[in-house]
Design a protein around this ligand. Structure first.
Ligand code: GRF
Length: 220
């Protein structure tokens, strides 16, 4: 029997997106396996969500240089032979070498409607800018931060009395189904990165897929 596609996960924080992936695998909604969780923060709660044998962590400051840390991370991830590498709240900028090594199978979930609000503090910035809508995007990773081709997005309204925390919680509730729906397409081999474009079933996507109002499938 063929082995399920292998997913390596990079995370620095609590790991709720990782948990959504693990839950979906456990109850048969995602035909895949998590083969390793990698963190720059040994205390990250995300690591605790998988058995010890699947955990890898290393503190970048303990390496002689940034390049040494990046090489160690690259080797560790490569050793798990992943089909897909998923960044979910991984808070370090990936080196060009890492990106090139896994290019085309390297995904990130970002809490904004890209290309709006790349980088940090996306929820506060959406409020500051008076955005009527906010959300999350899953995109292919390229060396430029949060600038790769966007595969799929989920949208939430911004309420007049939102603060960053409340808006973040609303976005997080759509991140999990968004990530799952995107991974279902990925592991089925239906999406690919072609330069700055995403293809779905071999055809270019001119706009990102959107989660439907039921929150559990993408609109194609
Ligand atoms: C999410 O909001 C994700 O979009 C961002 O970092 C957060 C990670 O949350 N990149 P969690 O660790 O998955 O709970």
């Amino acid at each position: 029997m063929p082995q399920p596609p292998r997913i390596a996960v990079l995370a620095s924080g609590r790991g709720s997106n990782l948990q959504a992936v693990l839950d979906a695998i456990a109850d048969g909604r995602l035909a895949a396996q998590v083969v390793g969780v990698y963190s720059d923060r040994p205390a990250a709660a995300a690591l605790q969500r998988v058995p010890e044998a699947l955990r890898w962590s290393a503190v970048p400051a303990r390496y002689p240089s940034r390049a040494d840390y990046d090489a160690a991370l690259t080797d560790a991830v490569a050793a798990s032979a992943p089909d897909w590498v998923l960044c979910v709240g991984y808070m370090r900028i990936l080196s060009d070498g890492f990106v090139q090594r896994f290019r085309g199978r390297l995904l990130n979930i970002h809490p904004s409607l890209l290309p709006k609000h790349r980088g940090l503090h996306t929820h506060a910035r959406a409020i500051e800018d008076g955005d009527a809508e906010h959300g999350a995007s899953v995109h292919f990773v390229i060396p430029e931060l949060d600038a790769g081709a966007v595969i799929a997005q989920a949208v939430v309204p911004v309420a007049a009395d939102d603060d960053a925390e409340r808006l973040a919680a609303r976005v997080l509730s759509v991140e999990h189904p968004l990530l799952l729906a995107t991974l279902q397409l990925a592991v089925a081999g239906r999406i690919a990165e072609q330069g700055a474009t995403v293809t779905l079933d071999g055809h270019p996507l001119f706009t990102p897929l959107r989660l439907d109002s039921a929150g559990n499938s993408l609109n194609r």
